[in-house]
Design a protein around this ligand. Structure first.
Ligand code: HEM
Length: 506
């Protein structure tokens, strides 16, 4: 008798489990797919457990084979970034249009590259969206402003705003001048026959990290650099593992790199705790940096401050570093624009007879070049959010639980928006300002739009302009014959085989 009861219970549990599995991996995805199909939105078909990952893998494997083919001519060298870094984007765009649904495992993801819908997405009330929660991203930036959503994000953004006011950034331009000035002297001292090949990614990583640690930690910058190096390793791990983690069950496997990621997080936290404890003990010691601003605000817990510092180390150095490296590569190929930018710098400096930091807003050509680089190679190629509630975007209804992705890079390369030469480097399209550079005034979005627009946009532009202007004042830039165009897309758009460039003294 008891055996019969046991068997019945076992049968019930098995039936319930099968039902649950069917619901999660079959019925629910089918229901969501139908909901979108009824609204005219297609996409690659859902496959149980793997979603669209199989389809993505096929596309990426084919693209990798194509990468081993000889590279195109020098002037076109950098023009095929999307097919190399995100080969699925043009294929799915052509097949399914500017809005489509695909599946990361069983997680539905709506890709939107229509600027009008993106405008609606960025301006929708923020309580609707949450950032994507992911254990690797947590290890990198905790619950910082970059990761938060809804009301907590609102408060965090309010607390951080003062760090980015003109007053708080007033020392930034001179700090960049000093840091880059030192680098330039080092490069000059290493030159043979007036030229030097540098690995731009490495050099700009040093520069941007030096700057962000000094702005954030002032006298504790040396300790900050150790943290920045740990965070660089953490980013590399996140970029490697982030895609694997969408395969169901992966987070329960003790992957050595993931264990390393958790250890790095603990080490970074401990180092920050040390710095903060010392600051709290020496309250009379005047410090003029972001950490003291956050500590004195009285609004943030120690844990929150650590999370924000972690995020700022990443956001504040990685993306500007990438931008600077892409700009040097583009200038190395486009000698005409390089000469124009340099002529303008010397002309304005000569006419105004003021230091470089005071004439930044007058460097129109350099700004156009930076914008064109951000358009073709946006350091942050995607933005992704999770719908917490049902959302209406124009005619489109998006149920809660969907990830919404904005492929910034796709919008930036769209011929219907930017014209037939969309994939070519042509800074002149920005000659009448950003809003007139394309057919849609908001199609240029390297820092995104709306309430979640990048907090460090001005910071990044000041840093990039000063650094590039100083390099152009001192050197001709050439792309090294060793350069291989292997753009790698992940959280950022990196130069997969590095960015070797040659600086020649002028
Ligand atoms: C070329 C350089 C940069 C690019 C292309 C860039 C791009 C972006 C983008 C696209 C976002 C929106 C992310 C999202 O909504 O998920 C963002 C957010 C953010 N960025 Fe940047 N960024 C750059 C430099 C910086 C710098 C230098 C800092 C700080 C020093 C910074 C701090 C932030 C912060 C704190 C946010 C979060 C804003 C929020 O969610 O409210 N960024 N950035």
């Amino acid at each position: 008798m008891s055996g019969l009861v046991f068997c019945s219970i076992l049968l019930l549990i098995t039936a319930w489990s099968i039902g649950k599995l069917l619901e999660i991996y079959w019925w629910k995805p089918r229901k969501i797919q139908k909901l979108f199909m009824d609204q005219g939105i297609g996409g690659p078909p859902y496959k149980p457990f793997i979603g669209s990952i199989g389809e993505l893998a096929k596309i990426y494997t084919k693209a990798r084979t194509a990468q081993s083919l000889p590279q195109t001519s020098e002037t076109n060298l950098l023009s095929n970034t999307i097919p190399l870094a995100f080969p699925h984007l043009p294929i799915w765009r052509e097949k399914y249009g500017s809005v489509y649904l695909y599946w990361y495992g069983r997680q539905p993801r709506l890709s939107i590259s229509d600027p009008e819908l993106i405008k609606g997405f960025t301006s929708a009330p923020r309580k609707y969206y949450q950032s994507i929660q992911h254990p690797l991203i947590y290890n990198l930036i905790g619950q910082s402003v970059l990761a938060a959503g809804g009301e907590p994000w609102n408060n965090q953004r309010k607390f951080l705003n003062p760090l980015f006011l003109v007053e708080s950034l007033k020392n930034l331009p001179n700090l960049v001048v000093d840091t880059v000035g030192e680098k330039i002297e080092t490069w000059k001292s290493l030159m043979r026959s007036n030229e030097l090949e540098v690995e731009a990614c490495k050099e700009f990583e040093n520069i941007t990290q030096d700057i962000i640690v000094q702005i954030m930690l002032g006298n504790d910058a040396k300790k900050g650099l150790q943290i920045a190096h740990l965070q660089t390793e953490q980013t590399a791990i996140a970029s490697k593992l982030v895609k694997i983690f969408y395969i169901p069950g992966t987070k329960f496997i003790p992957i050595p790199l993931y264990q390393r990621s958790k250890r790095l997080r603990r080490e970074v936290e401990m180092k920050f705790h040390g710095i903060i404890e010392r600051r709290l003990k020496n309250v009379n010691q005047q410090e003029n940096d972001w950490l003291s601003l956050m500590l004195s605000s009285g609004n943030m817990t120690k844990h929150q401050i650590i999370d924000e510092c972690c995020a700022m180390f990443i956001a504040g150095s990685e993306s500007t570093n990438i931008l600077l490296a892409w700009t040097c590569l583009h200038l190395g190929i486009n000698k005409m624009w390089q000469d124009k930018a340099r002529d303008e710098i010397f002309e304005v400096l000569h006419k105004e007879n003021r230091p470089l930091v005071e004439i930044l807003s007058r460097l129109k050509i350099l700004t156009m070049i930076i914008n064109e680089t951000l358009r073709l190679c946006p350091a942050v190629p995607f933005v992704m959010k999770h719908a917490q509630e049902d959302i209406k975007l124009g005619e489109l209804t998006i149920p809660s639980g969907i990830d919404i992705e904005v492929p910034i890079i796709s919008v930036h390369h769209e011929k219907t928006i930017w014209g037939e030469n969309a994939s070519q480097f042509d800074p002149s399209r920005f000659s009448e300002g950003i809003s007139k550079a394309s057919k849609h005034p908001m199609a240029f979005m390297p820092f995104m739009h709306g309430p979640r627009i990048c907090l460090g946009m001005n910071f990044a532009m000041i840093e990039a302009k000063v650094t590039l202007a100083m390099i152009l004042q001192n050197f001709d830039i050439y792309i090294s014959p060793k350069y291989k165009h292997v753009p790698v897309g992940g959280l950022t758009l990196k130069q997969g085989s590095g960015a070797p460039v040659i600086f020649r003294k002028i």
